[in-house]
Design a protein around this ligand. Structure first.
Ligand SMILES: NC(=O)c1ccc[n+]([C@@H]2O[C@H](COP(=O)([O-])OP(=O)(O)OC[C@H]3O[C@@H](n4cnc5c(N)ncnc54)[C@H](O)[C@@H]3O)[C@@H](O)[C@H]2O)c1
Ligand SMILES: [Fe+2]
Length: 388
C-alpha cells in the first residue's frame, strides 16, 4: 500500500497569547506591537452586563489608546449589524479593531476590519476567497469557548432572507489572539455546554472532512477533543473551575485551527437553518443535530470515529464497527452530561417546519461538500425527524 503524504497547506493567525487575566493587561500587550491608537472595540450588551469591559478599557486607555465601543452585536449577527458597526468605525476614524466576545462579536469585528477601507459591498464577500485588499490591524479575544472564530478565516452572518452565509478569506485571520480564560468564568452553564459541543463538532468534522483533512488539522482535532471531553462537564457544573475553563478554551481554539484548514460539514449544514429560522444558539443547534449525523456518516467515517474513540475515553476493542459505535455512545453521554437539550421539540421547533429546514440545509453546499457521505434533501429531512 502507498503511504506517501498528500500535499497540504496550513494557515493560522500569527500570534497567540494564552494568559490568565491577560485582558486586564491588554493595553500593555498591544502597545509595543501596533502603531495604531484609535481602537473600535466590538462586543455585545451581555458582556457589558457581565462587567467584562471596564478592566479592558482602563488598560487600553492607560496605554494611550482611544477606544470607541460598539456593543450592539447580537447572536447569529445580521448583516445590518455589520453595516451599523462599520458606520461607527467610520465616524470614530478608528485605525484598529478589537473583537471581544463570543463568535458573534468576533465575526462582526473581523468584517469591520476588512470592510472599512474596502470598496466592496458586504454581499460580494460571501463564499471563498472573495475579499480583496488589506484590513485594519485586528485583535480577537474570545469570551465563549466554542466557535474558535479567533483563529479562523471565517465570519458567519444572517442574511436578509434568513439564511446563514459564510465569508471565508485569509484577511479574516487576525494579527493577535488573546486567550484569557478568566473572561469565561461568568459564561452561564447552558452557553458553556453549547459552545463546548460546537467546538467538539468542529474537531470531529475537521477530522472526518472529505477533502482537506491533513496531519496538522488531525493532530489539532485530536488534542481539542481530548481536552474538551475531559473538562467540559466540569466547566458546565462548576463555572469557576479555572483548570476546566482554561482547557476548554484552549481546546476550542485548537478545534478552530483544525476546521479553518479542514472545514466543517453536515452537522453545521443542518444546524445553520435552526439558527437562522428559529434563533436556536449555534452551539445548541449543533448539539441537537450531532448524534443523528454521526450515525448517518458511520458508513464512511467508522474507521475515523474508531480512531477518536479512545481519545474521548470510550472503550475500544480494535473492531472498527464496534469502536465507532463506542465513540458515538460516548458523545451521547458527554452531550447529556453537559445538560444541553437533546430534541428539537424541546426547543420549540414545530414538526411542520422540518421540510423547510431540510430545504434550507441543502443550500449549504460549501459545507455539505465536505461531508464523508453524500446527503440528499430526503436524508436531511430524515435527520431532522430523528432529532425531533
Ligand atoms: N467564524 C467562525 O469561524 C465561526 C465558527 C463557529 C460559529 N460561528 C458563529 O458564532 C456565533 C456563535 O457564537 P457563540 O456561540 O460564541 O455565542 P455568541 O457570541 O452569540 O454569544 C452568546 C451569548 O453569550 C453571552 N456571553 C458571551 N461570553 C460571555 C461571558 N464570558 N460571560 C457571560 N456571557 C457571555 C453573550 O453576551 C451572548 O448573549 C454564531 O453566529 C455562529 O454562526 C463562527
Ligand atoms: Fe460551529
Amino acid at each position: 500500500m502507498n503511504h506517501v503524504m498528500k500535499d497540504f497547506a496550513f494557515t493560522t493567525v500569527a500570534e497567540i497569547i494564552v494568559e490568565w487575566a491577560g485582558a486586564a493587561r491588554l493595553g500593555a500587550i498591544l502597545q509595543p506591537r501596533f502603531s495604531a491608537r484609535r481602537v473600535l472595540l466590538v462586543t455585545d450588551a451581555g458582556l457589558v452586563k457581565a462587567g467584562i469591559l471596564p478592566p479592558v478599557l482602563h488598560s487600553l486607555q492607560d496605554a494611550g489608546f482611544q477606544v470607541t465601543v460598539y456593543d450592539r452585536v447580537q447572536p447569529d449577527p445580521h448583516e445590518r449589524l455589520v453595516r451599523e458597526a462599520l458606520q461607527v468605525a467610520h465616524d470614530s476614524h478608528c485605525d484598529m479593531v478589537i473583537g471581544l466576545g463570543g463568535g458573534s462579536s468576533l465575526d462582526v469585528a473581523k468584517l469591520v476590519a476588512v470592510l472599512i477601507n474596502s470598496e466592496q459591498d458586504l454581499p460580494e464577500l460571501y463564499g471563498i476567497g472573495k475579499v480583496i485588499g488589506q484590513r485594519l490591524p485586528l485583535v480577537n479575544i474570545p469570551t465563549t469557548a466554542g466557535t474558535g472564530s479567533e483563529v479562523t478565516n471565517i465570519s458567519i452572518l444572517t442574511t436578509h432572507d434568513d439564511s446563514k452565509m459564510g465569508i471565508v478569506s485569509p484577511q479574516l485571520y487576525g494579527d493577535l489572539v488573546l486567550l484569557d480564560a478568566q473572561l469565561t468564568l461568568g459564561l452561564p452553564p447552558v452557553h458553556t455546554a453549547a459552545a463546548g459541543i460546537d467546538a467538539m463538532v468542529h474537531a470531529i468534522e475537521a477530522y472526518t472532512g472529505k477533502h482537506k483533512k491533513n496531519p496538522l488539522s488531525d493532530a489539532l482535532a485530536r488534542e481539542a477533543l481530548r481536552l474538551i471531553s475531559r473538562h467540559l462537564v466540569t466547566a458546565c457544573r462548576d463555572g469557576n473551575n479555572r483548570e476546566a475553563r482554561e482547557n476548554v478554551l484552549l481546546g476550542a481554539m485548537l478545534a478552530g485551527q483544525a476546521f479553518a484548514n479542514s472545514p466543517v460539514a453536515a452537522v453545521h449544514a443542518l444546524a445553520y437553518p435552526l439558527g437562522a429560522r428559529h434563533h436556536i444558539p449555534h452551539g445548541l443547534s449543533n448539539a441537537l443535530m450531532l448524534i443523528p449525523v454521526l450515525q448517518f456518516n458511520v458508513s464512511a467515517a467508522a474507521p475515523l470515529y474508531g480512531e477518536l474513540a479512545a481519545i474521548i475515553g470510550a472503550k475500544v476493542t480494535g473492531d472498527v464497527a464496534n469502536d465507532a459505535q463506542s465513540f458515538i455512545a460516548a458523545m451521547v453521554k458527554i452531550v447529556a452530561a453537559t445538560g444541553a437539550p437533546n430534541r428539537l421539540r424541546d426547543v420549540d421547533v414545530p414538526e411542520k417546519d422540518l421540510p423547510l429546514l431540510a430545504h434550507d440545509a441543502m443550500q449549504q453546499t460549501r459545507l455539505l461538500d465536505n461531508n464523508p457521505v453524500t446527503l440528499t434533501e430526503g436524508d436531511a429531512l430524515r435527520l431532522y425527524q430523528q432529532a425531533f
